[in-house]
Design a protein around this ligand. Structure first.
Ligand code: HEM
Ligand code: HEM
Length: 197
């Protein structure tokens, strides 16, 4: 399988980044929600946030890589026969997913570094505080982080349902493309994939 995307298929780099990040992001949401319920005396009271921040920074690195990769090679087009509004809605939803991820991760960084302390990533390296002392930085960044994390989960649920609908109801190759499988010709439908970019 080619590394780069083509008009008809995702390359392995985009596929690997999508499937490496998706479970990690959902796991980070669950960890974030869980660690906030812990009492001060719980052994995970400190370890939970350390793990959350460490994984979060690694994911931020992967997200930046993914955005650069996307700029360098555009995603495959919607399948032939997809209504124009649906192709546009999918592209808009993907754009909003990227934007939500970027703002959630930036706000997480702003919460963690509001007191001027660097973020230690599993003892491998640390990310210094840069912006600090904004009015109510920790509280406002914390609220933005929480609200957008829930919004992300809602949009991800819609996104996954749309992918499953394409696969099981429309029976087209949308999900198979993201799984790196070959497009299968459908009865009465052309296997050719057209380009919109
Ligand atoms: C997509 C990535 C992320 C998701 C889905 C996520 C999700 C969450 C959730 C659901 C909470 C609990 C919110 C609450 O109930 O108050 C939380 C808290 C937190 N997150 Fe994240 N997070 C992500 C990335 C990050 C990153 C990159 C950092 C920092 C480097 C970070 C730092 C924090 C901190 C410090 C808290 C505790 C907030 C507080 O005590 O008010 N998060 N996160
Ligand atoms: C945290 C979870 C997830 C996030 C943040 C996410 C995000 C994204 C993004 C940003 C894209 C656009 C890729 C591009 O630049 O072209 C995409 C594509 C895609 N995702 Fe996800 N995704 C997640 C989970 C899932 C799940 C669970 C499924 C399947 C059930 C799925 C199926 C797909 C498919 C089929 C595409 C290709 C869509 C197309 O070609 O129009 N994703 N995803």
């Amino acid at each position: 399988m080619a590394a780069r995307n083509s008009n008809a298929r995702y390359g392995w780099v985009a596929i690997a980044l999508h499937w490496l990040m998706a479970p990690a992001i959902i796991g980070l949401f669950a960890l974030g929600w869980w660690m906030r319920q812990l009492s001060y005396y719980d052994p995970w009271y400190r370890q939970g946030p350390e793990l959350h921040k460490g994984i979060g920074i690694l994911l931020l690195g992967l997200l930046l890589l993914r955005l650069v990769w996307k700029l360098l090679n555009p995603s495959p087009a919607a399948e032939a026969g997809t209504p124009r509004w649906q192709a546009l809605a999918a592209r808009l939803a993907h754009g909003i997913l990227y934007l939500l991820l970027l703002v959630i991760m930036t706000s997480g960084y702003l919460i963690s570094t509001a007191d001027g302390r660097a973020i230690d990533v599993f003892g491998w390296f640390s990310v210094p505080a840069t912006v600090q002392g904004l009015p109510h930085q920790e509280d406002i960044a914390g609220q933005v982080h929480e609200i957008l994390a829930w919004s992300l989960m809602a949009l991800v649920a819609l996104h996954a349902l749309a992918a499953l609908r394409h696969h099981f109801i429309d029976r087209d190759a949308t999900l198979r493309k993201m799984l790196g499988m070959r497009a299968r010709p459908q009865s009465g439908q052309s296997p050719e994939l057209t380009t919109t970019q």
